[in-house]
Ligand binder design. Structure first.
Ligand code: DGL
Length: 270
Protein backbone atom coordinates (compact mmCIF):
# COMPACT_ATOMS: atom_id res chain seq x y z
CA UNK A 1 0.00 0.00 0.00
CA UNK A 2 1.19 3.49 -0.78
CA UNK A 3 -0.65 6.70 -0.04
CA UNK A 4 1.55 8.97 -2.17
CA UNK A 5 -0.25 10.82 -4.99
CA UNK A 6 -0.49 9.77 -8.63
CA UNK A 7 1.09 12.35 -10.95
CA UNK A 8 -0.74 13.22 -14.16
CA UNK A 9 0.35 15.72 -16.78
CA UNK A 10 -0.76 17.09 -20.12
CA UNK A 11 0.05 20.03 -22.34
CA UNK A 12 -3.06 21.78 -21.04
CA UNK A 13 -6.61 20.97 -20.09
CA UNK A 14 -7.22 17.81 -22.09
CA UNK A 15 -5.59 15.53 -19.55
CA UNK A 16 -8.34 16.43 -17.12
CA UNK A 17 -10.56 14.02 -19.04
CA UNK A 18 -8.19 11.29 -17.86
CA UNK A 19 -8.25 12.65 -14.29
CA UNK A 20 -12.05 12.46 -14.30
CA UNK A 21 -11.84 8.79 -15.30
CA UNK A 22 -9.10 8.18 -12.73
CA UNK A 23 -11.30 9.68 -10.01
CA UNK A 24 -14.11 7.33 -11.04
CA UNK A 25 -11.87 4.26 -11.13
CA UNK A 26 -9.80 5.07 -8.02
CA UNK A 27 -11.77 7.48 -5.78
CA UNK A 28 -9.39 7.13 -2.80
CA UNK A 29 -6.28 8.17 -4.69
CA UNK A 30 -4.70 11.59 -4.31
CA UNK A 31 -3.81 13.16 -7.66
CA UNK A 32 -1.36 15.88 -8.63
CA UNK A 33 -2.12 17.32 -12.06
CA UNK A 34 0.18 19.51 -14.09
CA UNK A 35 -1.21 21.26 -17.17
CA UNK A 36 1.45 23.01 -19.23
CA UNK A 37 -0.95 25.81 -20.18
CA UNK A 38 1.88 28.23 -20.87
CA UNK A 39 3.25 26.01 -23.67
CA UNK A 40 0.11 24.35 -25.06
CA UNK A 41 -0.23 23.04 -27.77
CA UNK A 42 2.47 20.40 -27.95
CA UNK A 43 0.96 18.73 -31.01
CA UNK A 44 2.38 21.18 -33.53
CA UNK A 45 5.92 21.20 -32.07
CA UNK A 46 9.06 19.27 -33.02
CA UNK A 47 9.78 15.88 -31.48
CA UNK A 48 12.83 17.23 -29.62
CA UNK A 49 10.79 20.00 -28.03
CA UNK A 50 7.99 17.63 -27.02
CA UNK A 51 10.54 15.26 -25.40
CA UNK A 52 12.18 18.10 -23.49
CA UNK A 53 8.83 19.41 -22.26
CA UNK A 54 7.67 15.93 -21.22
CA UNK A 55 10.82 15.35 -19.14
CA UNK A 56 10.39 18.70 -17.38
CA UNK A 57 6.72 17.90 -16.66
CA UNK A 58 7.65 14.51 -15.20
CA UNK A 59 10.46 16.04 -13.09
CA UNK A 60 8.01 18.52 -11.62
CA UNK A 61 5.69 15.67 -10.61
CA UNK A 62 8.56 13.64 -9.15
CA UNK A 63 9.37 16.57 -6.87
CA UNK A 64 5.98 15.90 -5.30
CA UNK A 65 6.99 12.30 -4.55
CA UNK A 66 4.38 10.74 -6.83
CA UNK A 67 4.15 6.94 -6.91
CA UNK A 68 3.21 6.74 -10.60
CA UNK A 69 3.26 9.10 -13.57
CA UNK A 70 0.62 9.20 -16.28
CA UNK A 71 1.20 11.19 -19.46
CA UNK A 72 -2.44 12.04 -20.13
CA UNK A 73 -1.46 13.35 -23.53
CA UNK A 74 -1.58 11.49 -26.83
CA UNK A 75 1.22 13.64 -28.20
CA UNK A 76 3.68 12.99 -25.37
CA UNK A 77 2.76 9.31 -25.30
CA UNK A 78 3.45 9.04 -29.02
CA UNK A 79 6.65 11.04 -29.25
CA UNK A 80 8.44 10.90 -25.87
CA UNK A 81 8.61 7.12 -25.87
CA UNK A 82 11.95 7.15 -24.02
CA UNK A 83 10.36 8.75 -20.96
CA UNK A 84 9.61 5.40 -19.38
CA UNK A 85 13.38 4.67 -19.11
CA UNK A 86 14.11 7.96 -17.35
CA UNK A 87 11.68 7.57 -14.45
CA UNK A 88 12.08 5.87 -11.05
CA UNK A 89 8.33 5.17 -10.71
CA UNK A 90 5.82 3.23 -12.86
CA UNK A 91 4.80 5.20 -15.94
CA UNK A 92 2.17 4.93 -18.61
CA UNK A 93 1.15 6.98 -21.58
CA UNK A 94 -2.22 6.63 -23.30
CA UNK A 95 -1.31 4.76 -26.48
CA UNK A 96 -1.00 1.13 -25.36
CA UNK A 97 -4.15 0.85 -23.22
CA UNK A 98 -6.20 2.60 -25.89
CA UNK A 99 -4.96 0.42 -28.75
CA UNK A 100 -5.57 -2.72 -26.72
CA UNK A 101 -9.23 -1.78 -26.27
CA UNK A 102 -9.69 -0.73 -29.92
CA UNK A 103 -8.24 -4.02 -31.17
CA UNK A 104 -10.54 -5.85 -28.76
CA UNK A 105 -13.81 -4.18 -29.79
CA UNK A 106 -13.40 -3.76 -33.55
CA UNK A 107 -15.45 -6.41 -35.34
CA UNK A 108 -14.61 -5.57 -38.97
CA UNK A 109 -10.92 -4.89 -38.21
CA UNK A 110 -11.04 -1.34 -39.53
CA UNK A 111 -10.03 1.26 -36.95
CA UNK A 112 -9.74 5.02 -37.34
CA UNK A 113 -7.28 7.03 -35.26
CA UNK A 114 -7.58 10.78 -34.82
CA UNK A 115 -5.03 12.90 -32.98
CA UNK A 116 -2.69 15.87 -33.20
CA UNK A 117 -0.29 16.17 -36.13
CA UNK A 118 2.69 15.03 -34.03
CA UNK A 119 0.74 11.98 -32.85
CA UNK A 120 -0.43 10.97 -36.31
CA UNK A 121 3.01 11.56 -37.89
CA UNK A 122 4.56 9.24 -35.29
CA UNK A 123 2.20 6.36 -36.32
CA UNK A 124 2.32 5.31 -32.67
CA UNK A 125 -1.31 4.12 -32.52
CA UNK A 126 -1.08 2.28 -35.84
CA UNK A 127 2.08 0.45 -34.81
CA UNK A 128 0.72 -0.47 -31.39
CA UNK A 129 -2.56 -1.78 -32.86
CA UNK A 130 -0.54 -3.91 -35.27
CA UNK A 131 1.43 -5.34 -32.35
CA UNK A 132 -1.90 -6.64 -31.00
CA UNK A 133 -3.39 -7.63 -34.38
CA UNK A 134 -1.48 -7.09 -37.65
CA UNK A 135 -4.62 -7.66 -39.72
CA UNK A 136 -6.38 -4.54 -38.51
CA UNK A 137 -6.51 -1.79 -41.11
CA UNK A 138 -5.73 1.53 -39.42
CA UNK A 139 -6.86 4.81 -40.97
CA UNK A 140 -5.01 7.78 -39.47
CA UNK A 141 -6.17 11.39 -39.56
CA UNK A 142 -4.75 14.43 -37.82
CA UNK A 143 -7.24 17.04 -36.65
CA UNK A 144 -5.20 20.16 -35.81
CA UNK A 145 -8.25 22.38 -35.30
CA UNK A 146 -9.82 20.20 -32.59
CA UNK A 147 -7.57 21.32 -29.71
CA UNK A 148 -8.17 25.05 -30.36
CA UNK A 149 -11.91 24.34 -30.66
CA UNK A 150 -11.94 22.62 -27.27
CA UNK A 151 -9.66 25.13 -25.57
CA UNK A 152 -11.93 27.94 -26.81
CA UNK A 153 -15.18 26.31 -25.76
CA UNK A 154 -16.58 25.31 -29.18
CA UNK A 155 -17.81 22.02 -27.76
CA UNK A 156 -21.57 22.04 -28.33
CA UNK A 157 -22.72 19.30 -30.68
CA UNK A 158 -25.07 21.76 -32.38
CA UNK A 159 -22.43 24.39 -33.04
CA UNK A 160 -22.11 24.62 -36.84
CA UNK A 161 -18.37 25.40 -36.69
CA UNK A 162 -17.72 22.34 -34.54
CA UNK A 163 -19.86 20.10 -36.77
CA UNK A 164 -18.29 21.32 -40.01
CA UNK A 165 -14.78 20.81 -38.62
CA UNK A 166 -15.64 17.28 -37.51
CA UNK A 167 -17.18 16.49 -40.90
CA UNK A 168 -14.12 17.79 -42.71
CA UNK A 169 -11.69 15.58 -40.76
CA UNK A 170 -13.83 12.49 -40.21
CA UNK A 171 -15.44 12.07 -43.65
CA UNK A 172 -12.36 10.41 -45.23
CA UNK A 173 -12.06 8.13 -42.19
CA UNK A 174 -15.71 7.08 -42.32
CA UNK A 175 -15.47 6.43 -46.08
CA UNK A 176 -13.18 3.51 -45.18
CA UNK A 177 -16.05 1.91 -43.21
CA UNK A 178 -14.31 1.87 -39.84
CA UNK A 179 -16.42 0.50 -36.97
CA UNK A 180 -14.16 1.98 -34.27
CA UNK A 181 -12.51 5.38 -33.86
CA UNK A 182 -9.77 6.11 -31.32
CA UNK A 183 -9.93 9.56 -29.74
CA UNK A 184 -6.14 9.69 -29.71
CA UNK A 185 -5.88 13.03 -27.97
CA UNK A 186 -7.12 13.63 -24.45
CA UNK A 187 -8.83 16.86 -25.51
CA UNK A 188 -11.22 15.01 -27.80
CA UNK A 189 -13.57 13.40 -25.24
CA UNK A 190 -14.84 16.93 -24.63
CA UNK A 191 -16.32 16.89 -28.15
CA UNK A 192 -17.20 13.20 -28.01
CA UNK A 193 -20.94 13.85 -28.26
CA UNK A 194 -20.45 16.13 -31.23
CA UNK A 195 -18.23 13.56 -32.96
CA UNK A 196 -20.76 10.78 -32.29
CA UNK A 197 -23.62 12.86 -33.62
CA UNK A 198 -21.71 13.52 -36.88
CA UNK A 199 -20.31 10.03 -37.56
CA UNK A 200 -23.12 7.94 -36.04
CA UNK A 201 -23.72 6.57 -32.56
CA UNK A 202 -23.09 2.98 -33.69
CA UNK A 203 -19.35 3.66 -34.14
CA UNK A 204 -17.22 2.61 -31.13
CA UNK A 205 -15.45 5.69 -29.80
CA UNK A 206 -12.43 4.77 -27.67
CA UNK A 207 -11.51 7.37 -25.08
CA UNK A 208 -7.76 7.34 -24.41
CA UNK A 209 -8.22 8.87 -20.94
CA UNK A 210 -10.69 6.23 -19.82
CA UNK A 211 -8.63 3.28 -21.05
CA UNK A 212 -5.51 4.72 -19.44
CA UNK A 213 -7.26 5.20 -16.09
CA UNK A 214 -8.35 1.55 -16.13
CA UNK A 215 -4.81 0.47 -17.02
CA UNK A 216 -3.25 2.67 -14.32
CA UNK A 217 -5.53 1.08 -11.72
CA UNK A 218 -4.29 -2.35 -12.84
CA UNK A 219 -0.61 -1.32 -12.60
CA UNK A 220 -1.05 0.14 -9.12
CA UNK A 221 -2.85 -2.97 -7.93
CA UNK A 222 -0.23 -5.31 -9.37
CA UNK A 223 2.54 -3.33 -7.68
CA UNK A 224 0.68 -3.15 -4.39
CA UNK A 225 0.64 0.64 -4.65
CA UNK A 226 -3.06 1.36 -4.13
CA UNK A 227 -4.05 3.87 -1.46
CA UNK A 228 -5.63 2.07 1.52
CA UNK A 229 -7.40 5.16 2.89
CA UNK A 230 -11.19 5.03 2.90
CA UNK A 231 -11.47 8.81 2.47
CA UNK A 232 -12.00 10.46 -0.91
CA UNK A 233 -8.69 11.44 -2.49
CA UNK A 234 -7.62 15.06 -2.97
CA UNK A 235 -6.66 16.67 -6.28
CA UNK A 236 -4.05 19.42 -6.56
CA UNK A 237 -3.67 21.31 -9.81
CA UNK A 238 -0.64 23.15 -11.15
CA UNK A 239 -0.36 25.13 -14.36
CA UNK A 240 2.40 27.05 -16.12
CA UNK A 241 0.26 30.05 -17.09
CA UNK A 242 -2.29 32.10 -15.20
CA UNK A 243 -4.77 29.87 -13.32
CA UNK A 244 -7.70 32.24 -14.01
CA UNK A 245 -9.20 30.59 -17.07
CA UNK A 246 -8.11 27.14 -15.93
CA UNK A 247 -10.34 27.14 -12.87
CA UNK A 248 -13.58 27.67 -14.82
CA UNK A 249 -12.86 25.31 -17.67
CA UNK A 250 -11.32 22.65 -15.45
CA UNK A 251 -14.43 22.62 -13.28
CA UNK A 252 -16.50 21.85 -16.37
CA UNK A 253 -14.10 19.14 -17.58
CA UNK A 254 -13.92 17.46 -14.19
CA UNK A 255 -17.50 17.95 -13.04
CA UNK A 256 -16.25 19.33 -9.72
CA UNK A 257 -15.17 22.69 -8.39
CA UNK A 258 -11.42 23.32 -8.52
CA UNK A 259 -11.31 26.93 -7.31
CA UNK A 260 -8.52 27.76 -4.77
CA UNK A 261 -6.71 24.55 -5.59
CA UNK A 262 -4.76 25.77 -8.62
CA UNK A 263 -1.22 27.09 -8.46
CA UNK A 264 1.00 28.55 -11.16
CA UNK A 265 4.58 27.26 -11.35
CA UNK A 266 7.63 28.00 -13.51
CA UNK A 267 8.17 24.78 -15.45
CA UNK A 268 11.44 26.05 -16.93
CA UNK A 269 13.04 25.49 -13.50
CA UNK A 270 12.74 21.70 -13.95
N1 DGL B 1 -3.95 16.71 -25.02
C1 DGL B 1 -2.92 16.63 -26.02
C2 DGL B 1 -2.92 15.23 -26.60
O1 DGL B 1 -3.53 14.34 -26.02
C3 DGL B 1 -3.07 17.55 -27.19
C4 DGL B 1 -2.88 18.97 -27.04
C5 DGL B 1 -1.64 19.51 -27.65
O2 DGL B 1 -1.47 19.56 -28.87
O3 DGL B 1 -0.87 19.95 -26.85
O4 DGL B 1 -2.31 15.00 -27.62
Amino acid sequence: MNNAPIGVFDSGLGGLTAVRELRNALPHENIIYFGDTGRVPYGTRSNDTIKRYALQDAKFLLKHKVKMIIAACGTVSSVATNLTHDLPVPYTGVVSPTCYEAARVSKNKKVGVIGTSATINSHSYRDRIHSFDPEIEVIEQDCPLFVPLVENGFIDKNDPITRLTIERYLTPVMEKNVDTVILGCTHYPIIREAIASVIGKEINLIDSGRETAIYAAKILKENNLLNDSDKNGECSFYVSDTPDGFENVASVFLGENVSHKVEQINIELY
